[in-house]
Design a protein around this ligand. Structure first.
Ligand code: DX5
Ligand code: ZN
Length: 222
């Protein structure tokens, strides 16, 4: 699979959401990353269905919805109806993860599971073949603009090694503190989808930054 760049709209200008959505449409980005936070699973509240639906009305690329919420099962159908194409739930928020993953797939969405920085990849061994994607958090979830945790490289390469034996098509997405300084090494370690919030939206030219992230991740800088 080609490398995926997924700008996080958490760092967008919400008063100019249509403008920022159209910037992503016109850029080399592959997905929209949509961070939903409930103030319980993480110490922050972001946005919910109305914002997701507003982005969906203008987006021409898939919506990669990252649920940082407790009891995600309760809302899966509603997120699918609101326009999600990929739904990722946190391992730490799901008591019956297998059931939750099947519920996501039943909506027709792709299913992802996210791991917090302290959660070992081994907890996913018995469910990996059922997943389309694993999202490795490279910061503690809740906020944009945090510092990248270095242990992520090791974690990504261990997950890629495990996936090679049982599920080579697994998408490994890295989320948090991703930028030009680490995306190349993350790709080398085996990641193939990259979320970038502040790196994109704080750049002088967000669309040029998206294109640079893509080039560096595929190793074709020029
Ligand atoms: C953090 C979110 C991230 C966030 C990334 O909890 O899951 O998707 O938007 O932002 P940056 O790229 O600024 O770390
Ligand atoms: Zn995210």
């Amino acid at each position: 699979m080609k490398h995926v760049i997924a700008p996080s709209i958490l760092s967008a200008d919400f008063a100019n959401l249509q403008r920022d959505t159209e910037m992503i449409n016109a850029s080399e980005a592959d997905w929209f990353h949509v961070d939903v936070m409930d103030g319980v699973f993480v110490p922050n509240i972001s946005y919910g269905f109305p914002v997701l639906e507003a982005v969906k009305r203008h987006a021409t690329k898939p919506l990669d919805v990252h649920l940082m919420i407790v009891n995600p099962d309760q809302y899966i159908e509603q997120f699918a109806k609101a326009g999600a194409d990929i739904i990722t739930v946190h391992y730490e928020a799901c008591v019956h993860l297998h059931r939750t993953v099947q519920a996501i797939k039943a909506t027709g969405c792709k299913a992802g599971v996210a791991l917090n920085p302290h959660t070992p990849i081994s907890v996913l061994t018995d469910i990996l073949v059922d997943l389309d994607m694993v999202l490795i958090m490279s910061v503690n979830p809740g906020f944009g603009g945090q510092r990248f945790i270095q242990n992520t490289y090791k974690k990504v390469s261990a997950l890629r090694a495990l996936a090679m034996t049982i599920h080579p098509d697994l998408i490994i997405e890295v989320d948090g503190g991703v930028g030009l300084q680490n995306i190349g090494l993350l790709a080398e370690a085996g990641a193939n989808a990259f979320v970038a919030g502040s790196a994109v939206f704080a750049a002088e030219s967000p669309s040029k930054m998206i294109s640079d992230l893509k080039s560096v991740s595929t190793g074709s800088v020029n």
